[in-house]
Design a protein around this ligand. Structure first.
Ligand SMILES: Cc1cc2nc3c(=O)[nH]c(=O)nc-3n(C[C@H](O)[C@H](O)[C@H](O)COP(=O)(O)OP(=O)(O)OC[C@H]3O[C@@H](n4cnc5c(N)ncnc54)[C@H](O)[C@@H]3O)c2cc1C
Length: 491
């Protein structure tokens, strides 16, 4: 929302009570997709909108979003024509915005794409294309884009109260979570875009407001690259609980997920349940020649879907992924639901509503053609520097000019000391977690290795932020506690 507001020329401030993308936005399946499953639900409008947004993101953030081939392995004869026709429809909906048309693969071609697929009973494969991205990096780059357009985005700044004149919201009281200082900020319009925390913030405005959100947890496990050595992903169109399972190559590792479990408690650090990890591993094992085991899991993470609640007791996987915008009597604009893929369109819709609430002349939305911070016409797949896009050269220069910064943080991780220093200097990283979980993705690539890298990262960060030894030791201990959520117990 803030990127859109700043790009329209409004004085804009975005705040997050923790780090940018601490919650669900760093814990997605990392797909920018039309959503084949929504097609199955008959939600053609959502698929079409998502495909349009996919094309926009590929154009505006090519350093973070790229094409990915998916293979649907076919073991039952009628699945071939069934999914083949569905994916042709997906191609049709994409129209000119399509990446590559879907196609039927022979058994040999299927195994050529995914050599680790279980060959017994494999009849054919269906290949189609979508896109994948780095979710937390996109969030950080969007915060930087806010600054590029004259706005501000501040992490560790919590909205604790609304400022009101009568019933009308006129701003908010924000608390700096590092110092405890409180600030009063006046605003023509306040937008509540707090994901699974939506209702918590709404009740600050309207105590007793009826809940809008149903939260549903989704977990993923991360495995070594050997489980999926090629560049194609596996899409399992129907798991035993009626969901889709993705097994995708990501940053030289493999991400498998997800699940869908309704939850009552909304937490900033949801933990994958044992049953979710078992479910993902056993479902993936049905398709892979070598079954992944718990001992292979390098990291497991979970996020909460902020689903717009509907009445009745529908299963959460059937609830709408479309977004809902609600304006309270106070003028507080709340947005909820949606998905990463459609974040730009959600922001556009919200800003149109915010302009009405603020009583200002509507301004055109420029984000369909707005380059996101880091945009480059020469994106690189380099695991250490590629994610910085146009800033890659500056980060590399840090490592060149100071050889100590070229040192790796850990032998099993691609990242260097330069990544930490850059995160502190340019990306508002404040903690070891910010650096290892979201500026780099060390925590979700390999939780154990990231814990071993934490003392080095903490020392580098302390030097940049001017912290002492006590801070450093505390920072490492806090990180170890956090990372325990990502290390599944071996059985
Ligand atoms: C398992 C899973 C897989 C997914 N996979 C995909 C995918 O592959 N592709 C896709 O397009 N979408 C995917 N999604 C959906 C997508 O990730 C979410 O729709 C999106 O991240 C939600 O973003 P958000 O900003 O609404 O919420 P969040 O990312 O949760 O952000 C809300 C923020 O509000 C902050 N906040 C809360 N209260 C306050 C306060 N009082 N003051 C200040 N800040 C506050 C929180 O700290 C938090 O950072 C997935 C979701 C899940 C759960």
């Amino acid at each position: 929302m803030a990127t859109d507001a700043a790009a329209r020329g409004y004085r804009t401030l975005a705040v997050d009570q923790h780090d940018f993308a601490k919650a669900t936005s760093s814990r997605s399946t990392k797909l920018i997709h039309g959503g084949v499953r929504y097609l199955k639900q008959g939600n053609v409008a959502l698929v079409r909108e998502s495909l349009r947004e996919r094309a926009i993101l590929l154009q505006n953030a090519p350093h973070l979003v790229h094409h990915l081939a998916f293979v649907v392995p076919v073991y039952t004869w009628w699945h071939g024509p069934y999914y083949g026709i569905g994916l042709k429809l997906y191609d049709r909906l994409a129209g000119k915005l399509g990446i590559n048309p879907s196609s039927v693969l022979s058994t040999d071609e299927t195994l050529g794409r995914i050599p680790t697929l279980r060959p017994e009973g494999l009849r054919q494969g269906i290949e189609y294309y979508d896109s994948q991205f780095d979710d937390a990096r996109l969030a950080v780059n969007l915060a930087q884009t806010v600054f590029d357009h004259g706005g501000a985005a501040i992490n560790y700044m919590k909205l604790i109260r609304f400022l009101k004149t009568g019933r009308r919201v006129r701003g908010a009281v924000l608390r700096d979570e590092e110092t405890g200082h409180e600030y009063e900020v006046k605003a023509r319009c306040v937008i509540n875009a707090t994901g699974a925390f939506t209702d918590e913030v709404r009740t600050l405005d309207e105590p007793g407001a009826e809940p809008l959100i149903t939260a549903s947890q989704g977990a993923h496990v991360v495995l070594p690259k050997s489980f999926l050595p090629g560049n194609s992903a596996i899409m399992v169109p129907k798991t035993p609980d009626g969901r889709i399972l993705f097994v995708i190559p990501w940053r030289d590792h493999v991400v498998a997920g997800t699940t869908d479990i309704p939850v009552d408690n909304v937490s900033l650090e949801p933990t994958p349940l044992e049953e979710e990890i078992d479910f993902i591993l056993s479902t993936a094992a049905g398709y892979l020649s070598q079954a992944p085991e718990r001992s292979n899991v390098l990291s497991a993470f979970a996020g909460l879907r902020p689903l717009a609640s509907t009445r009745g007791d529908k299963k959460t996987s059937c609830l709408s992924r479309e977004h809902t915008i609600l304006t309270g009597d106070s003028g507080l604009v709340t947005v909820t639901g949606g998905k990463w893929t459609t974040y730009r369109k959600m922001a556009q819709d919200v800003m149109e509503q915010a302009e009405r609430v603020a009583g200002v002349e509507p301004r055109p939305c420029p984000t369909a053609e707005l380059r996101i911070h880091g945009w480059t016409d020469t994106p690189s797949a380099d695991p250490v520097f590629g994610m910085y896009g146009a800033s890659a050269e500056a980060v590399e220069r840090l490592a060149r000019e100071e050889p100590a910064l070229a040192e790796k943080l850990h032998p099993d991780l691609p990242y260097t000391a330069a990544n930490v220093v850059w995160a502190a200097r340019e990306e508002m990283a404040r903690s070891v977690e910010d650096v290892l979980s979201r500026r780099t993705r060390a925590l979700i690539l390999n939780a154990r290795a990231s814990v071993e890298a934490a003392p080095k990262a903490a020392a580098l960060l302390a030097a940049e932020l001017g912290r002492d030894d006590a801070w450093t030791q505390h920072a490492v201990a806090e990180y170890e506690k956090l990372a325990a959520h990502y290390k599944p117990v071996s059985r």
